[in-house]
Design a protein around this ligand. Structure first.
Ligand SMILES: [Zn+2]
Length: 186
């Protein structure tokens, strides 16, 4: 054992990575910190993940969702898409809000999830510089959803079993009617 971290294993070519769907091991595993070196690689990761987010019309996407083991996600702050490396949460409001959420890794499933109304958070950008912000509303919600992904926590873990079962039923009805539309249209 030595204390040098081998970062080469954390630098795959992300262009071959695709969205994975629950249940999937990477979705249930906490991500490793993003290595501090190789800033050029951060730019490539940021571009790849923002492209995927746009392609799937997501509000955010976390590395675990493309089976990439590193603490990085894409989110929106004041309608601007940003990539957050090694995010941290410093303060959480006591006030919570219940709001409907979806997840790219579980299509067609919508759950009302209770989350804090406000957080103070920080993250590193592509240059390695750390930014800090107070996030409210949707900015706060998406950040927390993506932050959860990096801990291996899914939005389905944030609701009770009865609520989840009812939502799964609706999800399966949605799939069936979508399949029927495909069959009807030949
Ligand atoms: Zn998600």
């Amino acid at each position: 054992m030595n204390n040098q971290i081998d970062t080469t294993s954390l630098m795959p070519d992300l262009s071959s990575h695709r969205l994975v769907y629950a249940p999937y091991p990477s979705l249930e595993t906490a991500a490793q910190p993003f290595p501090p070196d190789n800033l050029a690689y951060r730019l490539v990761v940021s571009k790849n993940m923002q492209d995927l987010c746009l392609q799937h019309r997501g509000l955010g996407i976390a590395a675990n969702q493309i089976d990439f083991d590193a603490a990085v996600f894409v989110t929106h702050v004041q309608s601007e898409m940003i990539t957050c490396f090694n995010p941290q949460i410093h303060e959480i409001s006591d006030d919570t809000v219940l709001m409907s959420e979806g997840c790219l890794s579980d299509p067609g499933l919508y759950l009302k999830v209770k989350r804090p109304d406000m957080i103070k958070a920080s993250w590193e950008d592509e240059s390695g510089a750390r930014s800090q912000a107070t996030l409210f509303g949707m900015d706060c919600r998406v950040f927390l959803h993506e932050y959860d992904h990096l801990q291996g926590i899914l939005f389905t873990d944030r609701v009770g079993s009865v609520k989840l079962k009812a939502a799964r039923k609706k999800q399966s009805t949605r799939f069936k009617s979508a399949m029927n539309r495909i069959i009807d249209n030949g």
